[in-house]
Design a protein around this ligand. Structure first.
Ligand SMILES: *Cc1c(COP(=O)(O)O)cnc(C)c1O
Ligand SMILES: *[C@@H]1O[C@H](CO)[C@@H](O)[C@H](O)[C@H]1NC(C)=O
Length: 489
């Protein structure tokens, strides 16, 4: 008879490795936030491949070699926590949130049932409750999603289910032509979500925006009427608070009036701008958000909670989220469990296993309090103000528009192009400036900032200071560095 074979219990489990790797993590990752070090260490892909030994092999490797890999991984990764990393809508290394992320990884559980995630089921509810409170809802529902894009897709699915509950069973063939309304400035996940949910990208109708990038309620009203007269069913308006490029806020009161009048679900994509709700000074930007039916809000962006931390929140108190998504798997959500089944929240999700995303935010919130988070938001907005004022004092910095939030959009006009506005190739040449300056800063490793063309505008920089560790000196450095890197263009 063949003997059962068990794994060798004497093999090295890697306890020493873990201890030393955590030390490297503490030292090297935290060193990445030191402004005396580079933001990034640029390598061409071939060069990087020749330095890093990425090949997976038959044999295992010893501890010291593995620790070397860990150091190299840190060395050649972009330091997103660096105070001069302005490239994305996130930046910074909050030590409490980081601890929450490490704990989450170490405990390696899934958020679906109270049975396997007792603490996190209760914690998620508390965090969601608090976020809803800042929206102005004292009741409601919600769930953490892997990102704002997914939260927006949830909104599409929920709004459709709300109008046509039978479609969960009968599918698309039972539905009329459904249409979504959003602005030109909205995030691409709205159209992506329309494709994913079977609504179709052609059935996303773009509403006009004003010169500040804000949706025009009168145009929304007209377009809803027109769609209805053509036999389509408008079922969702996706407004944006804090658009991705220019940071504009749609006028929610006006949009809510139109949605109420037509009986259409109002979703607010506040993935980026939602954190302004924590600031008494700036929450007016989202005036009317309490009238929304659902909201997407990413604490992983402005609050620096770390990826992923994105909440999808609903005003509904009837259990719509669960009714819309539940599949009642008998092996996971048994109905004869010994505890209150209300605490098995996993069937609200379209996922099965779901990462714990609440702990990093919860721990950071406990450490800073709402007051500390408010200071972060206020700090980010005042940094942007400072940069605007400094740009006005310097030659060559042209604002694309006065910032409403922390998206500071500007062109840098190098000396050779100044006073050339009349020449026919002026805009073509200006459009080449940002990519060149960007290439130079990355190769030097001095800082990182994003650029893009937008509508009919040629490439401009989008500067975003959300890192709580960025100082006035970093902002001065930013302006000086753009001048240094662009002076000869
Ligand atoms: C970033 C962003 C999203 C997408 O969020 P992810 O978490 O990256 O998926 C959606 N909407 C807006 C307005 C955003 O700025
Ligand atoms: C984490 O949990 C998953 C199941 O959810 C399991 O497959 C995996 O082996 C666990 N990993 C570690 C490192 O414990």
């Amino acid at each position: 008879m063949a003997e059962a074979s068990f794994p060798d219990q004497t093999e090295d489990k890697g306890d020493d490795f873990l201890k030393e790797a955590l030390e490297i993590l503490m030292l090297d990752v935290v060193k990445g936030t030191d402004r005396n070090n580079k933001v990034c260490e640029w390598m061409e892909p071939e060069e990087l491949l020749s330095i890093l030994d990425l090949k997976l092999q038959n044999h295992g490797e010893p501890k010291d070699v593995l620790l070397g890999y860990c150091r190299d991984i840190i060395r050649f990764s972009v330091k997103t926590g660096h105070p001069r990393f302005f490239n994305q809508l996130f930046s910074g290394l909050d030590r409490h949130a980081l601890t929450g992320r490490i704990l989450t990884e170490a405990l390696n559980t899934s958020q679906y049932t109270y049975e396997v995630a007792p603490v996190f089921v209760l914690m998620e509810e508390e965090v969601l409750r608090t976020l809803r409170h800042f929206i102005g809802w004292e009741s409601g529902d919600g769930i953490f999603c892997p990102g704002g894009s997914l939260s927006n897709m949830y909104a599409i699915n929920i709004a459709r289910f709300h109008c046509f509950p039978h479609c969960k069973g009968t599918g698309l063939s039972s539905l009329p032509r459904l249409v979504i309304f959003t602005s030109q400035e909205s995030h691409y996940s709205v159209t992506k979500g329309a494709a994913f949910t079977g609504i179709g990208m052609d059935n996303v109708i773009h509403v006009l925006t004003d010169d500040r990038g804000k949706m025009v309620p009168e145009d929304l009203d007209e377009k809803i009427q027109k769609a209805k007269s053509e036999g389509s069913v408008p079922f969702l308006v996706s407004a944006t608070c804090g658009t991705t490029v220019v940071g504009s806020f749609d006028p929610l009161q006006g949009l809510a009036d139109v949605c109420e009048h037509h009986g259409v679900w109002l979703h607010v994509d506040a993935a980026w701008g939602g954190s302004a709700l924590l600031s008494n000074k700036h929450r007016h930007l989202l005036d009317g958000i309490n009238r929304a039916d659902s909201v997407a809000w990413n604490p992983h962006k402005m609050l620096a909670a770390g990826l992923h931390c994105s909440a999808f929140l609903l005003r509904d108190t009837t259990g719509l989220l669960k009714r819309c998504h539940a599949a009642n798997a008998k092996y996971l959500f048994q109905t004869d469990k010994f505890y209150n089944l209300e605490y098995d929240t996993g069937d609200k999700s379209i996922q099965c296993g779901r990462r714990v995303d609440c702990l990093k935010l919860w721990l950071m919130w406990k450490a800073l309090g709402s007051e500390g988070l408010e200071k972060r938001v206020d700090g980010a907005l005042s940094h942007t103000r400072y940069l605007v004022e400094e740009m006005r004092k310097r030659e060559g910095f042209i604002l694309v528009m006065e910032p409403e939030f922390v998206n500071l959009c500007f062109w840098y006009v190098p000396p050779s192009l100044r006073c050339q506005q009349g020449s026919p190739d002026y805009w073509d040449r200006l459009g080449k400036v940002a990519p060149l300056i960007k290439e130079r800063m990355i190769k030097k490793g001095s800082m990182m900032v994003g650029y893009q063309p937008h509508g009919n505008r040629v490439n401009f920089f989008r500067q975003v200071v959300v890192n709580p560790e960025s100082t006035k000196d970093d902002l001065d450095f930013f302006l000086n560095e753009i001048e240094r890197l662009g002076v000869d263009l």
